[in-house]
Write a protein that binds this ligand. Structure first.
Ligand SMILES: *Cc1c(COP(=O)(O)O)cnc(C)c1O
Length: 370
């Protein structure tokens, strides 16, 4: 069994994707071009935002706005320690300091009450200037943007939505990637909307900002190809990837529906045995992962072993919270600083999740757990 079965999905879109690849190869139009522009319009329409900039990865999609805002040394950026390393990596790359905030026990997203407390603490210490918040839509569930936006306004902070896992999710009737001043997503193959390599996108409603993003994406380009007006990166999305994404976007809503059916069935069959995901009433998850809590680390490894014996793959997102990563020793955090993130990290694991899981497969997985 596959953890995420991309082969079943490919079988559905093979003809269209191959025809697109052939056209790109025959025209030798590998960088930028009309397919990229078409994809950007489709993506902006889908999430309900004015502008979309495709780029080379979810990591670059997070980095580009931080660079555009001029965030750097002496600045504080708030995020959670229970996420993929890229969320805080981009902060460090700009020279700014990531300040971690523990997660909510039920949603695993940034705790808004802790966020306000940590911002206050940072201000009173007076060493760093608070500049931005990067909330993460973990496992496909959007963070609490009403509350986050209220806090951001109060302290005059920018909000960068890390929707790498959130694309397709809904919060109070609005799609993920439509929150904050800017949103970033990833098209890594395993994400809800994945391409066939690395890819990402940035979203905003600010027309000045999108022009700066475009410039940063191509080495800080000015009005002419060899006129460079700022420091940028090589951050373009390959045109071949746009072909894949355009085809996948056509079947994406149907896949989202299927993912939600899979989650519902898992929930019904597992809720008496494990802690199953909590989705608030006004949210729809894009189910980047279906993550459950075992009773303890020991119970988790026992369950994972049992599933492995039955050819059922599992994964742990994430075993080591970011404040305990070797790379961040110099930030000075220690074990016990973020008790909820640490406890969840010790108990959580993820089950196979994709739109092509059959009822029989779900029942088989759950019977082994039960
Ligand atoms: C995957 C991921 C990223 C990075 O995306 P890449 O496309 O792999 O660079 C950033 N943040 C989160 C939460 C992710 O899951």
């Amino acid at each position: 069994m596959q953890f995420i079965d991309l082969k079943r999905q490919y079988a559905r879109i093979e003809e269209e994707v191959q025809a697109g690849f052939r056209r790109i190869c025959e025209n030798a139009q590998f960088i930028m071009g009309s397919d990229i522009l078409k994809l950007e319009v489709m993506l902006a329409d889908y999430v309900g935002r004015k502008y979309c900039l495709s780029c080379s990865s979810g990591t670059d999609a997070l980095l580009i706005p931080l660079m555009a805002w001029g965030i750097g040394k002496g600045d504080a950026v708030f995020t959670t320690p229970f996420t993929f390393i890229a969320t805080s990596e981009v902060v460090v790359l700009t020279g700014a300091t990531p300040i971690f905030v523990d997660i909510d026990r039920k949603t695993y997203n940034i705790s808004t009450s802790d966020l306000e407390r940590v911002i206050e603490k940072t201000i009173s210490e007076g060493k760093l200037t608070p500049k931005a918040i990067i909330p993460v839509d973990l496992f496909g569930l959007t963070a609490d943007y009403d509350e986050i936006n209220r806090i951001a306004k109060k302290y005059n902070l920018l909000v960068l939505e890390d929707a790498a896992q959130g694309f397709g999710g809904v919060y109070k009737g609005k799609r993920a990637c439509s929150f904050g001043d800017v949103a970033a997503t990833s098209f890594f193959p395993a994400k809800p909307l994945g391409c066939y390599g690395d890819g990402g996108a940035v979203f905003t409603d600010d027309e000045n900002l999108i022009e700066i993003f475009k410039s940063i994406r191509i080495h800080g380009q000015g009005s002419d190809k060899y006129d460079n007006i700022r420091t940028g990166i090589n951050g373009r999305l390959d045109t071949l990837q746009a072909i894949v994404l355009i085809e996948k976007l056509k079947i994406f809503d149907e896949e989202l529906e299927k993912r939600n059916q899979v989650a519902k069935k898992y929930g019904e069959l597992l809720k008496n045995k494990l802690v199953v995901p909590f989705i608030p009433d006004d949210c729809v998850s894009s189910w980047a992962q279906y993550s459950v809590l075992a009773e303890s680390a020991w119970h988790r490894s026992e369950l994972q072993q049992k599933l492995k014996e039955n050819d059922i793959p599992t994964a742990i997102y994430y075993p080591i919270p970011l404040h305990l990563q070797t790379a961040y020793k110099k930030l000075g955090y220690k074990k016990g600083d973020f008790p909820i993130s640490e406890e969840i990290a010790s108990r959580i694991f993820s089950l196979p999740m994709h739109p092509y899981l059959t009822d029989e497969e779900i029942e088989f997985i759950c019977s082994k757990i039960n």
